[in-house]
Design a protein around this ligand. Structure first.
Ligand code: AN0
Ligand code: CP
Length: 317
């Protein structure tokens, strides 16, 4: 694996899950492969899980890790080429990236959708600049359109908890007061479309995701209908993708909040969310605190997905 930005980079997905479960059984089996290697984690946005789990994964492999919060203490970075830099940004990303590449062996990048331009976001301008100019293997710690470390951890979690060979997995939109990127649902759809699951997406009209990720998956606009017989409910908010409403909030309807009554429509489904989650907007206290809630095991598996990815980047570069 040269870089990690989407499901395709993992190759055979069953094999990747198998490797993850092996890593989980003995996470120090490869504790020497990262010796004298440095992992640089660059954050343009906040993080709790990605920051901790990815750093821990690097440490399990014997790496040294450096964390850079671009917005705290680094120079403000210009990201557009061709700009006359007479404003408040003293440094350009096109110098900063190769400089960062000098001090490390692998780079993880977190850079959310900016919601200023759909083209800029969906062309993945920022992470692609890291790929093109750092000279180092790069992996996504949530970029503008995807969060593949999260979706890989979610797939591992589903494999661990599924009770049938082909479970029904439902991705449901849920309300949120702020406009959030489509990265998490995009990657989740991308992974579920390649996994052995019966995958259904439900959301209010107007929240249709990008075809590149949905890939013809079933969309059911009636949330109650979608929940029938589900084995896993994966909740997430996202802002509108389709034009002319890109990045807009079209609804904050709490009729879409996942509650006990809706979970009762399912096949005693597990509840999943990537976190951070707003209680009683996305999901009620009762559901997230129930024995069916997998939010903590999912977060724990972030260490495992990151470790498989970093291990492969170390082995193949
Ligand atoms: C981010 C998002 O929705 O993409 C990160 C999720 C892992 N969530 C928030 O900004 C609340
Ligand atoms: N799920 C996830 O990526 O969480 P953080 O934003 O806290 O890293």
């Amino acid at each position: 694996m040269k870089h990690y930005t989407n499901v395709k980079d993992l190759g055979d997905l069953q094999q990747a899950v198998k490797e993850a479960l092996e890593v989980k059984k003995n996470r120090f089996a490869y504790k020497n492969i990262g010796e004298n290697k440095t992992l640089l984690m660059v954050f343009f946005n906040s993080s709790l899980r990605t920051r901790l789990s990815t750093q821990k994964a690097g440490m399990n492999l014997g790496m040294n890790t450096i964390v850079l919060d671009v917005n705290q203490g680094a120079w403000k970075l210009e990201t557009e080429r061709g700009v006359i830099m007479d404003g408040d940004k003293p440094e350009h990303l096109l110098e900063a990236i190769p400089v960062m590449g000098c001090y490390c062996d692998i780079i993880g990048v977190r850079s959310f959708a900016r919601f200023e331009s759909k083209e800029f976001d969906y062309e993945e301008v920022i992470i692609n600049q890291f790929i093109n100019y750092s000279g180092k293997p790069v992996f996504s710690m949530e970029a503008a359109t995807g969060h593949p470390l999260q979706a890989f951890a979610d797939l591992i979690t589903i494999e661990e908890y599924k009770k049938t060979a082909r479970p029904k997995v439902v991705l449901t939109w849920a309300p949120h007061p702020k406009a959030l990127p489509q990265a998490v649902p995009n990657s989740f759809a991308d992974f579920m479309n390649e996994a052995n699951v019966d995958f259904v997406i439900t959301h209010p009209k107007g929240y249709e995701l990008c075809d590149k990720f949905v890939r013809g998956a079933k969309v059911e606009y009636d949330q109650a209908k979608a929940f029938e017989g589900a084995d896993f409910i994966y909740a997430k908010n996202w802002a509108a993708y389709q034009d002319p409403n890109y990045s807009k909030i079209l609804s904050t309807d709490r009729a879409w909040t996942v509650d006990t009554a809706k979970m009762a429509l399912t096949n005693n489904a597990y509840f999943m969310h990537c976190l951070p989650v707003r209680r009683n907007m996305i999901v009620t206290d009762d559901v997230i605190e129930s024995p069916q809630s997998l939010v903590i095991p999912e977060a724990a598996n972030r260490e495992i997905s990151a470790q498989v990815v970093i291990k492969r980047l170390l082995q193949n570069n």
